[in-house]
Design a protein around this ligand. Structure first.
Ligand code: NAD
Length: 298
């Protein structure tokens, strides 16, 4: 009988837990680590093998997937004490699938290369609903030959793999995607405030915008949540906030002013200030209305 393929998985949050479970259901031997032991235990109950740190995950896997919240966590998981770099084997491939921007990918890839290992960036489109069913859109960046080596795993997790270009390109495409979606949620939040202040019902807004140039994913998925006051994530406000900060930061690195993104960020800062960081990003509209009603707009 063929030996099961061994894949490491680091970061078992809203997305990672579903993706790791999906790999297990495809007969992959999954070696996991998360700082939250309860999340590790949940995967262990489904057949995952829990490790004490990323180094140990890397020692047991030739493919290591990271699904982590932000670039500084990726840096510490890969380059830090007991990190992936300490345990990684020659010719292993790290697939970084969180939305973390291009710079950290290049930094980590260079360090891994010193040990004969590789990194590709493969952030994902769509949300939790696609993570558990292998229907993600995967935005791959890096050496084509290295991507081809892990294509079987990418195909399990995604229904579409888009090759974006050299290392970091997947992250740039993902940030472009999130620029559009995060700004759109900020625009709908302003629209919601205007409608509420004029006594216009959300249902009327939805019917009026449906099928016009103002139609959007958020119109159909986020505005109903605002109406129902139902903000369980979904995509957390703090992650959308982080993505827009990465967009603005990338602009700064390139010496480009991105005024639409910078201004939209103020609505995300407002939601974070109100303590909505762990709520779904549709809570941006609720926070915007609260800000206006408390007359604290400056
Ligand atoms: P999440 O916050 O639910 O999960 C992140 C996980 O990382 C948590 O379980 C946390 O405990 C773990 N973690 C934090 N620090 C760690 C460390 N040092 N070592 C090991 N584990 C650590 O986030 P999520 O929604 O699963 O998103 C993960 C990434 O995917 C983010 O970059 C996000 O922007 C991106 N993403 C999310 C969605 C979505 O719909 N949720 C969609 C597309 C992309």
């Amino acid at each position: 009988m063929d030996k099961k393929q061994q894949v490491g998985f680091i970061g078992l949050g809203a997305m990672g837990s579903l993706m790791a479970t999906h790999l297990l259901s495809n007969s992959i031997e999954v070696h996991v680590y998360d700082i939250q032991s309860t999340l590790c235990n949940e995967i262990a109950e489904k057949g995952g093998i829990v490790h004490p740190h990323p180094k140990s995950v890397a020692e047991h896997s030739m493919v290591i997937i990271c699904m982590l919240p932000n670039p500084s966590v990726v840096r510490s998981v890969i380059l830090g004490e007991n990190g992936v770099l300490e345990g990684v084997k020659r010719e292993s491939v790290v697939i970084d699938m969180g939305t973390v921007g291009p710079s950290v990918e290049i930094e980590c890839a260079e360090r891994l290369q010193e040990k004969g290992a590789h990194l590709i960036d493969a952030p994902v489109g769509k949300g939790v609903w696609a993570a558990g069913s292998g229907e993600l859109t995967i935005l791959a960046g890096g050496d084509k030959e290295i991507i081809a080596r892990v294509e079987d795993i990418l195909n399990m997790l995604g229904e579409k793999i888009i090759y974006c270009g050299p290392l970091g390109s997947g992250q740039v495409v993902k940030l472009s995607n999130n620029l559009a979606s995060c700004v759109n949620m900020a625009a709908l939040s302003e629209l919601y405030v205007l409608a509420q202040k004029n006594g216009i019902d959300i249902d009327v807004i939805q019917e009026a915008l449906n099928g016009t140039a103002a139609d959007s994913w958020h119109l159909h998925n986020s505005l109903p949540r605002v109406k129902e006051d139902e903000f369980s994530p979904g995509f957390k406000t703090k992650l959308a906030h982080k993505d827009l900060e990465l967009v603005v930061g990338l602009g700064e690195e390139l010496g480009i002013d991105l005024p639409v993104s910078s201004n939209a960020l103020s609505w995300y800062n407002n939601a974070i200030d109100k303590g909505y960081e762990d709520l779904d990003w549709s809570a941006l509209a609720k926070a915007a209305l609260e800000k206006v009603e408390s007359k604290s707009v400056k």
